[in-house]
Write a protein that binds this ligand. Structure first.
Ligand code: CAA
Length: 258
């Protein structure tokens, strides 16, 4: 499929999606959000894809936020529609995707950019990365789930400080906060992401889907995550991959998950 604002590449079982609007520091306009949805959906439905890496073009930015030029003339209804639609088709969609998404944060991850990284299942960053939710400096607040996911990831106090000061933190501090898992030099970032993705690809895809469902249940109001874990644990026993994984262990060989 041809895209205007992103590029995609398949490397064996790893699918790489790159946001490609370098002149706007990869800012997310509506068209880019729609394309990201389509690319994520297609990669998830492709049985040969077992992990997705999401990054930005260039050495300066992962994503510098939602496209300010696009929404600067919006009214209240249009603002609410922008946030609701974005959350539904991209940010919540990625959060709940059964195929793990690794955000490789290669520079600025601001506003909607940090929100997209936080919606991903895990984050790695280059040492020049700068992360923040600067929306209040524009007279608006994070609208793509940032107030919720930042609080979940780093706690209320740190989230309040980052959001109300419209500040930015560097990669090392983000790692100390638990916002990113690893920090490496920029030229090592994609290899690190590939290394993590390869480890994911060696494991049972059906078990990983169940694990994502169970972990995400922790963040759903009114849902008992322990019960979801019990259900998903049981479901695993009905899969071919459970038979293969346990047989391989007992036969002292490596499992071959198709
Ligand atoms: N939207 C649209 N265009 C953007 C953009 C954005 N979020 N961020 C950068 N750009 C554009 C700039 O307008 C500029 O374009 P022109 O050359 O046509 O003027 C180009 O990208 C390069 O940017 P700068 O010249 O500003 O680069 P810099 O190195 O001086 O600064 C920066 C880099 C600190 C990231 C700065 O660009 C910046 O502050 N960007 C905005 C960050 C921001 O506020 N993000 C939050 C957006 S709101 C949001 O995301 C809402 C939501 O949750 C839904």
């Amino acid at each position: 499929m041809a895209y205007e604002n992103i590029t995609t590449a398949q490397e064996e079982r790893i699918h790489i999606i790159t946001i490609n609007r370098p002149k706007q520091l990869n800012a997310l306009n509506k068209a880019t959000i729609k394309e990201l949805h389509e690319a994520m959906d297609a990669a998830n439905k492709d049985a040969s894809t077992r992990a997705i890496i999401l990054t930005g073009t260039g050495e300066k930015a992962f994503v510098a936020g939602a496209d300010i030029k696009e929404f600067s003339g919006y009214n209240v209804e249009q603002g609410q529609e922008l946030a609701a639609n974005g959350q539904e088709i991209l940010f919540n969609f990625v959060h709940n995707l059964p195929t793990p998404v690794i955000a490789a944060v290669n520079g600025f991850a601001l506003g909607g950019g940090l929100e997209l990284a936080m919606a991903s299942h895990m984050r790695v960053a280059s040492d020049n990365a700068k992360l923040g939710l600067p929306e209040v400096s524009l007279g608006v607040i994070p609208g793509y789930g940032g107030t919720q996911r930042l609080t979940q990831l780093v706690g209320r106090g740190k989230a309040m400080e980052l959001i109300t000061t419209a500040g930015m933190i560097g990669a090392e501090e983000a790692q100390q906060w638990g916002l990113v898992n690893h920090v490496v030099a920029q030229d090592e970032l994609m290899n690190l992401a590939r290394k993590i993705a390869s480890k994911i690809c060696a494991n049972s895809g059906s078990a990983i889907k169940s694990a994502i469902k169970a972990v995400n249940a922790n963040f759903v109001d009114g849902l008992n995550g322990y019960n979801v874990e019990i259900t998903e644990f049981g479901n695993c026993f009905g899969t071919e991959e459970f038979k293969e994984g346990t047989s391989a262990f007992l036969e002292k060989r490596k499992p071959d998950f198709k």
